[in-house]
Ligand binder design. Sequence first.
Ligand code: PXP
Length: 236
Amino acid sequence: MKLLINIDHIATLREARGEFEPDPVIAAGICEIAGADGIVCHLREDRRHINDRDVRLLREVIKSKLNLEIAATAEMIGFACDVLPDMVTLVPEKRQERTTEGGLNIITHKLLLNDVIQQLHSKDILVSLFINPEPENVDNAVELNADIIEIHTGNYANAINEKDSINELAKIGTVARLGAELGLTVTAGHGLNYNNILPIKNITEIQEVSIGHSIISRSVFTGLQKAVEDMVNLVR
Ligand code: PXP
């Protein structure tokens, strides 16, 4: 299983002072040295952490792969087509949320997503759809010609007892198998940490995970390189 590191919260810390450090571009280099397979950042409409300069520099600097998370708005799609990340993950975005709260509502936004996916494909950018673990989302992702699905693992991560956790894991497993059968690349993310990653790793159809908060939090105490290496050791 591959590990992509979301570095948004390095930028959150920078923005806490509105100055220039810590720099997410330097963080990305350290993540790569520590064995990360790619870097993820979410350019939000309100630029609350990652900003345009970060994404442009990351595009130039990183040697692994850049996964740009964005909402499917004209501004963001235009930016992505200019910067050319290796892949774009389309996520729903609400101004007031602290973090992405759920997967895309594909049915409601099908026409828009169809158009956006075509625009990104015309620039050879792979497209991932962030989805809740429901089988109909996989069918819709295939219909829309998406390349990748990222299964939202938030409910699994937040499960308050073992029964709920097992149920959520089963849903993730079903959707992962369906996605792989239908030819999609299957990834997962949200709320994954050092304690809950192993059952996800055991779902062999999941090729990649995207993890941010737990790794950046641990890095405050252990240093970023060690925090990434510890997670690399768990996912490999
Ligand atoms: N995947 C997506 C689509 C996300 O929006 C986020 C949070 O930015 C993550 C993965 C990473 O989640 P976490 O920070 O909880 O590891």
